[in-house]
Design a protein around this ligand. Structure first.
Ligand SMILES: Cc1cc2nc3c(=O)[nH]c(=O)nc-3n(C[C@H](O)[C@H](O)[C@H](O)COP(=O)(O)O)c2cc1C
Length: 235
């Protein structure tokens, strides 16, 4: 589905050409200035790729080691730089860190996720703001993107879910880049989380991520992955 037909345009021409031209001119100038200040992107080291992908695991047990609020702020700032459609940024993040917060979460957790979530230093509720489009005048200022969504509930739901899920994925990888371990979970009662944490707001729970320093002794064996040929093709 084309999320923003006005942006791409029927004949490939974007709307509000004047505004976009000045935007692209500014963008070109910015790129030009960057070409003097930014070195060519390079493949990360094997050590970095191991930490983020090859050796990173989904954790079920946690060391008794807290995470500083400053690290949670740094993590969130990295996540918010990841791309979302029309820069819509529907993800909202509640870092449940206190015993009171964990008790509010407890009734919503599935049995298999209960113990490890209560033990994790932090549990992130990845939420999605169903009124994300009201912020588009700030986040996507060069086009009137808000009107693409107003009254289109299907597009709103698809965009909120797709992009907040992506932002949750960015959070997992950013956490690993900062030396943290994660344990994402969809085994919970979203209606209970919404009532406990998002009552009276336009935010709904998408999924949960335990965050901390993992206990390797509680890992399950790594499950197999598809090969390139099983999951991908180049056409
Ligand atoms: C969106 C999502 C939801 C998940 N839900 C649960 C869950 O509710 N409970 C659980 O124990 N594991 C859950 N997992 C963990 C996956 O089973 C795990 O990430 C996968 O088997 C890969 O494990 P590995 O990263 O250690 O290789 C979830 C993972 C993701 C990404």
């Amino acid at each position: 589905m084309n999320e923003n037909p006005g942006y791409y345009g029927e004949n490939g021409a974007p709307p509000h050409t004047g505004a976009l031209l000045s935007h692209s001119t500014r963008y070109a100038a910015l790129l030009f200035s960057f070409s003097f200040t930014r070195t060519t992107l390079m493949t990360l080291s094997d050590q970095a790729l191991d930490q983020i992908f090859r050796e990173a695991r989904t954790h079920n047990g946690w060391q008794n080691k807290p995470i500083d609020d400053a690290v949670l702020r740094q993590l969130t700032e990295l996540v918010l730089l990841g791309p979302t459609s029309a820069n819509s940024s529907p993800g909202r993040f509640v870092f449940v860190k206190t015993p009171e917060g964990k008790e509010k979460l407890r009734p919503a957790l599935s049995a298999g996720n209960l113990e490890k979530t209560m033990a994790a230093p932090v549990t992130v509720i990845v939420g999605m703001d169903m009124a994300f489009y009201e912020h588009l005048p700030k986040l996507f200022p060069h086009a009137d993107a808000r009107i693409w969504f107003v009254g289109n509930d299907r597009l709103i739901a698809d965009t909120a879910f797709r992009n907040s899920t992506l932002q949750g994925g960015y959070l997992i990888l950013a956490a690993r880049a900062l030396g943290l371990d994660t344990g994402p979970m969809s085994g919970f009662d979203a209606a209970k989380v919404d009532a406990a944490f998002f009552a009276g707001t336009s935010v709904k729970a998408n999924f949960l991520i335990n965050l901390g320093y993992g206990d390797p002794s509680k890992l399950f064996p790594r499950s197999p992955r598809f090969s390139f040929d099983e999951a991908a093709r180049i056409v």
